[in-house]
Ligand binder design. Structure first.
Ligand code: ATP
Length: 514
């Protein structure tokens, strides 16, 4: 199965098992907008809880906030979003499709890397056991030619992006002979800047109404509340403010399912520090956030840092944590050193002092900020991609199982009476009652037990508990484990402890060493 086929299956699975639906699907959906179904919302809430508690509960110097989506329009002037939150848009005259010029070039660069890898693999097969990969990479003329071309384009691309040189971006697309994936031709328009913010009107009359924006990031709600929180919480630097909330971007190309949406959710934390210490904190947060991802147990090699070449208008250092998705390594989270850009500009435009009096130095200053910013939906897709597994079983049968870390699983326990009679449903219901106050539990009595197990595997339920004839005699049940499919007989009284040990966030949090 190719990675592309795998991804298609994953998207279909998300729909079939109540994780993600296209928005307003009965009207054929809305581009890059999605709804979360009965299992999706549980997984999403669990991801948010993992993030929130690791930030707010496990750091004494981080507190939470829930700011409004609508903000005073000046906010976006100060933040630079009105002037600079643009993507370079290029359209194709034949297919009428619109693309991000930078993404077309990045994809082309990615293809050159793939070409090199293919050459290496071919050579490996040709030379067999004697193959010296390092030597081949260093000496093959084909590899050298492709790498030189890639490096040259890469340098031109980075320079054009940094200089906002739209003509040069178009020239790179022409020089690399990049064709429209739909029409296969190269009839490109000019490149122009496209602002990603959605706007609407606030106020009842056209005259009195003012244009306001749906926030493109949650961070600004934190900046404008910096003093409110600092003063009322008597916070001392360094300290952080964490927030989870919706953000909106009118993305040019909406591809890859919930990877890039027009309405999505962010989990952001702004960490306020003394100027001059920001690099130390940036490094600290890089490590803390990487540990958070790796604690989920999806394989350390599937994550990497990718430092930014083009820094956003507000940053003096930036890195992404990338995950190895079925469509390659892509950003899940950004860790940015935002300097005093935001607070400084809000101070200037509002005329209000946004400063901190440092009792240690006796000075007042505008703090510097290190931000960690992760998309809930993108994290959801990351967890789904990592968890989705197809397995061949003995006897030729196949199962799809979602290997979620137990704390994130939408349903923790399925309670299954072997048959719908002889008092088994009643005992099963009692077990549901025993667990339901602390865990998401389902009761299922339809179909054979085998089919019921498959249904639970497909939504990633760690435990299936079966009530049978013996249960009625000795108060024991069969527990079936999702990953190993092994079964074990245990006392009903021991169930709570078993589920709690495995499903609690404690297990994850302890790995973070916070
Ligand atoms: P990209 O380069 O993929 O457009 P970005 O660098 O603009 O992302 P940031 O502004 O750093 O993204 O936003 C922080 C996080 O928010 C990202 O790491 C991602 O997880 C999430 N995010 C950003 N845009 C979207 C989107 N359109 N849909 C879903 N999640 C998003």
């Amino acid at each position: 199965m190719t990675q592309e086929e795998l991804f298609k299956k994953l998207v279909a699975h998300c729909k079939e098992y109540g994780f993600v639906f296209p928005s307003s699907e009965i009207y054929d959906g809305l581009g890059a907008v999605y709804d979360y179904g009965q299992n999706g919302v549980e997984l999403k809430n669990n991801i948010k809880r993992y993030w929130w508690d690791s930030m707010v509960k496990l750091h004494e110097n981080i507190v939470g906030l829930d700011a409004a989506i609508f903000m005073h329009p000046k906010t976006w002037e100060a933040s630079g979003h009105l002037a600079a939150f643009n993507d370079p848009l290029i359209a194709h005259r034949d297919s009428k499709k619109r693309y991000r010029a930078d993404v077309l070039i990045e994809d082309w660069l990615g293809k050159q890397d793939e070409k090199i890898e293919k050459e290496v693999e071919k050579a490996r097969k040709r030379f067999g056991a004697d193959f010296d990969e390092a030597k081949y990479r260093a000496t093959s003329p084909r590899v050298a030619e492709t790498a030189a071309k890639r490096d040259e384009v890469h340098a031109r691309f980075a320079a054009a992006m940094n200089a906002n040189d739209l003509t040069e971006l178009r020239q790179i697309i022409l020089d690399c002979e990049i064709a429209c994936p739909i029409s296969g031709t190269r009839n490109w328009t000019e490149v122009r800047q496209f602002n990603l913010m959605f706007s609407t009107q606030m106020g009842s009359t056209a005259d009195g109404a003012s244009t306001i924006y749906l926030r493109p990031e949650t961070a600004q709600g934190i900046f404008v509340n910096f003093l409110n929180v600092q003063k009322t919480g008597r916070m001392k630097l360094p300290f952080g403010i964490a927030q989870i909330g919706k953000a909106f971007r009118n993305e040019i190309v909406a591809r890859q399912f919930i990877f890039r949406m027009r309405e999505f959710e962010q989990m952001e934390m702004q960490f306020f520090v003394r100027p001059g210490t920001e690099m130390q904190w940036w490094n600290e947060w890089k490590n803390t956030r990487m540990a958070w991802h790796r604690a989920l147990g999806f394989g350390d090699d599937n994550y990497r840092f990718h430092d930014h070449e083009k820094l956003a208008h507000y940053a003096n250092a930036a890195t992404d944590i990338e995950y190895n998705f079925p469509f390659g390594f892509k950003e899940v989270e950004g860790i940015h050193s935002r300097t005093d850009f935001d607070l400084g500009n809000h101070q200037r435009l509002s005329g209000k002092k946004l400063q901190y009096f440092d009792p240690e130095t006796g000075e007042s200053y505008v703090p510097y900020v290190v931000e960690t910013s992760i998309g809930v939906d993108r994290m959801f897709l990351q967890v789904m991609s990592a968890a989705y597994t197809e397995e061949k079983l003995d006897g030729g049968e196949q199962r799809v199982v979602l290997r979620f870390p137990a704390a994130l699983a939408p349903v923790k326990v399925a309670v299954l009476p072997l048959v719908k009679k002889d008092g088994m449903p009643e005992v099963a219901q009692k077990i549901v009652d025993l667990l339901k106050y602390d865990f998401n539990v389902v009761y299922d009595e339809k179909d054979s037990v085998g089919k019921r197990y498959r249904r639970q595997d497909a939504i990633g339920t760690p435990f299936c508990v079966t009530v049978d004839g013996q249960t009625l005699e000795d108060n024991t049940v069969t527990v079936r484990y999702r990953d190993t499919m092994q079964q074990e007989r245990i006392a009903i009284d021991a169930l709570y402890h078993l589920v709690d040990e495995e499903c609690s966030y404690r297990k994850l949090f302890k790995k973070l060493n916070l």
